[in-house]
Design a protein around this ligand. Structure first.
Ligand SMILES: NC(=O)c1ccc[n+]([C@@H]2O[C@H](COP(=O)([O-])OP(=O)(O)OC[C@H]3O[C@@H](n4cnc5c(N)ncnc54)[C@H](OP(=O)(O)O)[C@@H]3O)[C@@H](O)[C@H]2O)c1
Length: 327
């Protein structure tokens, strides 16, 4: 395979017919991993999708916190590329159960990176805007991280482990994600849908923390661009940022969802002081994406209202009402 330096796999079970090379995706049962698998397959890669508790037939089940399983998986499949999406990404959960979260976000990343280096695979590690404290946006790729919570610290440690074992890896930092979900609770954006629908209940939502909701599909296109370019240009390495540019608080996201679906949203009220919760969050960790843009690897994000309509329509309560919104 041009551009990569590993051998043929012993087994290629479950791998699609792509011709560009083998890409192994961790977290393929999650929000971003699903979009990444779909995009890479569409773009002609052989995709080895891996998950854990939700792994169905066609997806490899591998507990990334088990060194033995990771070793065997990589030895068996010898991917050219690994896109590492798996993580515990809920800041409050990380704060409440730090040991298991650090085991996945840091230790498993270190093990996977070591194994990636051993089999000569290019590693693309997905990280977060929460590595920044949000006090002085926008943040460039070389700005100093200063995470406010344990989730951000764990992802920063993960970045360092990835770069320590695979100095030629790419770290791609992204902000809050949404996309096609199996349940609305799967993303911190789509979960607002339930609150928007329940117009009998007054609901206060944060109106202090600026966010840049980004569609998983757009991130997946960026991942595919990075992998393709890397096959021709080994200088594609280091830290990259990708983010949509529409700035919104949670309150504004909920109002925008109401607008998109022509739903009343007077019951949604702004909360002008940060709410309680175990994890502190940055006020505005806007990512500047100049490295991706300079290399022509960024993609134009879809407008929030159009993208959120697509993601939430399967959850609309009744077909007649759906027709009113969509026609
Ligand atoms: N979602 C966001 O708003 C957001 C924002 C910024 C950055 N990110 C980053 O983007 C990446 C993807 O996030 P996401 O939203 O797609 O996460 P997600 O939907 O919560 O998915 C997490 C994935 O990790 C897998 N996983 C959990 N424990 C595992 C284990 N022990 N072994 C193997 N796999 C395991 C899960 O597999 P099973 O479900 O099969 O157990 C699932 O596929 C993460 O690195 C996250 O830090 C996300």
């Amino acid at each position: 395979m041009p551009g990569f330096r590993n051998e043929e796999p012993q087994v290629s079970e479950g791998v699609g017919p792509g011709t560009r090379g083998r890409v192994l995706v961790t977290g393929a049962t999650g929000l971003l991993g699903r979009a990444v698998c779909r995009q890479l397959r569409d773009d002609g890669w052989s995709v080895i999708a891996t998950g854990f508790s939700r792994a169905l037939p066609g997806t490899l089940r591998c507990d990334l916190t088990c060194e033995e399983q990771v070793h065997l998986m990589l030895q068996q499949h010898k991917p050219h590329v690994i896109i590492h999406c798996a993580a515990e990404r809920r800041p409050d959960v990380v704060e409440r159960a730090p040991d298991s979260a650090l085991n996945l976000n840091v230790h498993a990343t270190a093990v996977l990176s070591k194994e990636a280096a051993a089999c000569g695979a290019f590693l693309l590690f997905i990280s977060t805007d929460y590595v920044f404290d949000g006090r002085n946006p926008p943040y460039g790729e070389d700005d100093a991280p200063n995470p406010l919570n344990l989730y951000g610290r764990s992802k920063l440690e993960g970045e360092r482990e990835a770069q320590r074992h695979c100095p030629d890896c790419v770290v791609l930092r992204v902000p809050i994600l949404f996309g096609e979900v199996e349940r609305v609770e799967e993303s911190a954006v789509t979960v607002l849908w339930t609150l928007v629908l329940d117009s009998a209940q007054t609901c206060s939502l944060d109106h202090t923390q600026q966010r840049f909701p980004t569609e998983a599909r757009d991130v997946a296109r960026v991942c595919s661009n990075i992998c393709s370019r890397r096959t021709q240009d080994p200088s594609v390495r280091g830290v990259f940022h990708y983010s949509a540019q529409e700035q919104m608080t949670k309150y504004e996201m909920a109002k925008a969802i109401g607008d998109a679906f022509h739903l009343p949203s007077d019951h949604i009220v702004p909360l002008t002081a940060p709410g309680p919760g175990p994890a502190s969050r940055p006020l505005n960790a806007r990512l500047a994406c100049s490295r991706l843009e300079l290399l022509g690897l960024a993609v134009e994000p879809r407008p929030f209202r159009a993208a959120i309509l697509d993601c939430l329509w399967p959850f609309t309560p009744d077909r007649r009402w759906r027709q009113t919104v969509f026609h």
